[in-house]
Design a protein around this ligand. Sequence first.
Ligand code: PLP
Length: 428
Amino acid sequence: MSVAFEVQGVGITELAEEFGTPLYLYDGEEITTRFQGLREHLHPSLEVFYSLKANPNISICSLLYRCGARAEVSSLTELVTARRAGVAPRDIIFLGPGKSRAELAACLDEGIYALVCESLGELALIDEVARERGITARVALRVNPSFSVKGSGLTMGGKPRQFGMDEEQLLAETPELAARYPAVRLMGVQVYLGTRILGEETVVENTRRILDLAERVSAHLDFPLEMVDIGGGLGIAYFDNEKDLDLAELSAHLNPLIEGFTSRHPDTRMIMELGRFLVAASGTYVTRVRYTKTSMGENFAVTDGGTNHHMAAVGIGSYVKRNFPMAALERMDEPATEPWHITGPLCTPNDVIGKKVPMPALRAGELVGVQRSGAYGPTASPVHFLSHGYPAEVLVLDGRARLIRERDDVEVMLGRQRLYDATGTDES
Ligand SMILES: *Cc1c(COP(=O)(O)O)cnc(C)c1O
C-alpha cells in the first residue's frame, strides 16, 4: 500500500472521487494554525487584515474572519464578500488604483473604516460622492515612497507607479490640501512595498521607513494619524533555495518598532495587510493524469488541469521556470526516479505546470498535485481559456470536506453569451 496525501485524515483518493478533478483543495486547519502562529508573534497592536485578492472565496474569508482577521478589499464583489462573511464595516478597508464611483458609493454607504485613496483625482471624486450623501469620508492616503528596499519579489517604492501618490508630490502640497475637499477627512497613511518578501530584515526595514513616512506626511498635511497601514507582502517559500520567514526572528525586530510607534501614537490603529502569507500554504491544486507519453526521450504527463487554473505555476518573478512543490499524491512515499513534464489540457506550449519534475514513473489515472497553491490560484489565472471555466474548490474543516465553489459547467460558461444567429430569424 502506498502512502497517499491526506488532509486532516481525509484521503486524496476519496476527495478526488467525491468532488472530481481538477480541484483546489484547502486545509482549513493550516490556515487557522498559520493565523494563530502569526498572532502569537506579532505585536498585539498590529491588526491583521486579510487581502481578499489572494483568495476571494467567501468561505476562506469567513474562516479567517473567525480567526480574527479583518478585510482589505479592492472591488465591489470583494467588499460584499467580506460583509457577507461577517466582517464588520469598521474592520474593512478598500484600496485599488481605479475605484469606480459605484465602489466609492458602496464603501461610503456601508460605512467602512477607510478608503485608501490613490490619486488626487480620486480624492476629488470621493469628496463629491460623500457630499452627495451629506457625510464625511474617512480617507487614508496611499503613498508611493521615494525609497525602495530590496528583497521583495516585486518592488513598489522609488519608481513611477500607478499606485498611490508620490511622497514628493504630497510633501510639495500645501497643508491646505484637505481643506480643498471639505467632505473628506484625511486620517491615515498606507504604503505597500511589494510581495513575496522572504527576508525578515526587509520587512523590518520597510516598516521602519513606512512609520517614519507616515509621521512626516501627516505632520506636513496636518491631519491626525488615526491609522497606519504598513502593507506587508510577507511571502512563503515556493522554490528550492527559498526559506519560509522565521516569525520569531521577524517579531524580535518588528515589535519594538511597533511598540515605539504606539507609545508615541497610542490612538493610532496599526494595520498589516496580508494575502499570500495567510492562505498559500493551505492549498493544493489536484489534477488527474489523463495520458502519459514520451517525446524525443522526455516524459510528459498530460493532466486534466493546467495553467488555466494555476497561472503562477508557469513561473513567477523569474524568466527561468522554477517548479512549485509538486507530488504524485497517491504515492507520497515512493522515490522520485525520473523527470516529468506536467502539462495541462490547453492547446498552447506554455501550458506547463511543472518542468522536469522528479517523480515516480507516472501512470494515467493517478493524481498529481501542486502544493502551496492556496494564493493567487484560479482567481489569478485565465480560467476562461479554452472555455474550461473555474475549477471546484473544497475546504476541509474539522475533518470534513465541504464544497465551497462548484466547478463551472457548460451551461455556466455559455449562459452569459448571447447567440446571434446570422442565418436565422432572430429578431432581437
Ligand atoms: C496584492 C496586495 C496585497 C496582498 O499581497 P500579498 O503579497 O498577497 O500579501 C496587499 N496590499 C496591496 C496594496 C496589494 O496590492
